[in-house]
Design a protein around this ligand. Sequence first.
Ligand code: AMP
Length: 216
Amino acid sequence: MRLILFGAPGSGKGTQADILAKEFNLRKISLGDILRQEVKKGSDLGARVRQYMDKGELVPNDTVKEVIDANLTDDNFILDGYPRNRKQAESLDSILREKNKSIDAFIYLDVSRNIIVDRLSKRRVCKKCGINYHLDTMPPEKDNICDNCGSELIQRDDDKPDVIKKRWDVFLENSKGIFDFYKQKGIFISIDGDKKKEEVFKQVKEKLRDRKAILD
Ligand code: AMP
């Protein structure tokens, strides 16, 4: 099965992608994570993309296409954070067409803006192992210390208020084009993402079952 997970920053895409990947044995391909690792490693690619990421802007499509080409090696996968605009959707379509493959479902996690701002501004991430926390709903046992590896928790630069606003604007600007693209293909699924993660997952599963993408 091949899925795309789409939603605003902070919509819970990463969490749902992890759950879906585990449940259906899919490789999770998170473009944001791949790019952040490149920045951390200090690679050439990292140096090229950093300026955009720090400002909350999208990295240019050509660069993104390179990264996706190199990572789209498995048969079954879930894409988290890609494609994010119509141009990227078109390029993905042509990459897959060359391999005689297609996407089974485009899943949109629809989350209210106030919930997004709360989630992002209170998100903390372990600087070593990358696990996410939320100061109110999923706090670490000890303030500012990762439960998993004991390293310090930090706030991502792009989770600061002015960058959150920019990322939201970028999301709104790009949604319509990509929605139209996948609606035309008949594989668009919309999910109420304001609910708890278990409930969101249940909805995703039901809709995939309705579409016969999964059988059980
Ligand atoms: P994320 O963790 O998915 O919110 O992504 C963090 C940042 O990585 C974004 O604000 C962009 O700068 C960059 N990025 C992630 N995915 C894409 C994409 N599909 N196209 C362009 N830039 C991206």
